[in-house]
Design a protein. Sequence first.
Length: 367
Amino acid sequence: MIKKHVIFFIMLFISIFFSVNIFAQTEDLKTYSKFDFVPGNKVLFFDDFSETAIGDFPISWNTNSSGEVIQTNLFPGKWLMMNEEANFYLLDGLKVDKNFTIEFDVFFNDKEETGCESIITLFELNEEDPDLYANITCPGKCGIEFSLVLEDTPTEGAFFRAYDAPNNKDFDGQNTKSEARIKKGEVAHISIWVQNTRMRLYVNQTKVFDVQRAFLPNAKIRQFRIFTGYSCLVYMSNFRVADASEDNRSKLLTEGKIISYGIYFDSGKDKVKPESYGALKEIATILKDNPDLKIIVVGHTDSDGNEKSNLDLSKRRAANVKNALISEFSIASDRIDTDGKGQSEPIEPNTSVENKAKNRRVEFIKK
């Protein structure tokens, strides 16, 4: 009888696991057809914790509590497990200009099944007290905080609060859509796009908030902080900060090349992931607005793995980018050539996780 129960629960777990992953694998570009997020094309910071030993705390982060890097049989890669009711910060803060993007993957573990809610804060430091690791609710001179909410959490939904600390002013808002919540047993991709005073936040393909006056004019945002709620373990990976100040349209037409970090693939795979839609749409729009323009799509990898395999992978990725532009955006095939360079043309030496992230890219070159 005991063996039968054990077998039952094992089969139940496998069924749940594969149903989650099959759902993720069957998403296509059309599910992201309203996704307009375009990542910055200059990587400023990246951490997937691949260089941190299991059980250690990553050296590029800080906390007023504890956490550790872990692996899980549910999702690939390494994850920073952040303990409940704690703040986690970038060790050196954010080093960004007015226009930048932040992306990361996250999933929750609701320990007591009472719901999970974590608060993200982006803020400018006080001039008289430039505290990178402030613990107060609204730190710094100005900023914005917003919530990531697990489904079934007993709140009205995700919220945001933009604040101006010196003048004691703030305003807030709410999003009660189910798409704004993080699904149980799934990884959510979080995208943040800051353009001067404007902040847009996406959970997967859904734009949850678009706040036109999130920050004071000319604010210098210098820190990212995540607060984990009660009975809520938060797991984060693939954290990327990028500069988004360049105009891709002008850069391609005048300089003849743009580098994109917004075309996503799983490690070692060539299928274009659906969250690439925004970056692909931008390229397609440039092509449609300039009907005589022809391009070469060039794939690049880092140095992990076999050189010959990386070369083949980069060529297949470029080909699939071309196929996506043809099938999803009706770009004529004779306007796009493809190539792959594998690991042969790195932007930076493949000596760190951040440099490797800069080398994994897709280039669009004017013919």
